[in-house]
Design a protein around this ligand. Sequence first.
Ligand code: PGA
Length: 266
Amino acid sequence: MRTPLIAANWKMYKTTGEAAQYGRELLEELAARRVSVTAGEQGQPGQVAVVVCPPFTALAALGSALRGSPVALGAQNMHWESSGAYTGEIAAPMLLDLGCRYVILGHSERRQMGETDEQVRRKVQAAAAAGLIPIVCVGERIEERRAGQTESVVTRQVRAAFQNLDAAAAGRAVIAYEPVWAIGTGEHASPEEANRVIRLIRDTVADMLGSETAAAVRILYGGSVKPDNIGPFMAQPEIDGALVGGASLDAKAFADIIQQAEVNAA
Ligand code: PGA
């Protein structure tokens, strides 16, 4: 059984002070709700895993606030080289140095700015080699959806990202299916539709790396997830959690989502 994972993607929001405050508040809210968060990727039945991904500049402040807690720290991007003349970039060892365990890669907001499948592949490989858990984002744009290309786009992105990854690294990885038209729009995929695409993603991983790896990989839904709509997503058999943007900025709302996930986990 896969332990549900709820991930917060703050995008380009919050200062160091706000991040520290949020960290304290989130731990208080989780304690008040008696939510059992596992410190590892695989917890006991009834537990949930949680990661918060702030901007690079707030990693240290949030990391201090969360220290000693089971809530993990993650980044929103990284470069594939481990050091070098790459002005403005951040490398995996720097993220590990700040206590990161996860890193979001290939988010559609980055792909829209020109990040390619090939770059995502290099980043995924570098993250896995460094011991970071990649959260690989895939999803179709609205025009691709209208053209009936959802399956082909998502399959292409998964194949590119997982190419050359060994089964052990792939089994630890996380994939987030985020239809681009559902991000920040208030419009979300139906839980059944998300489950169908996520099943297809799992089948793609099985085809590449075998059914054992496919059964281990955690696949999340992302796109306008809120406290009042997370339940039906978590009740779907293939959906292992959520990547939450807007609603994760408020510690109370994010704690509500985590609590709902724990209650509704299939
Ligand atoms: P949203 O963002 O929850 O605000 O739609 C999700 C994401 O971008 O990961």
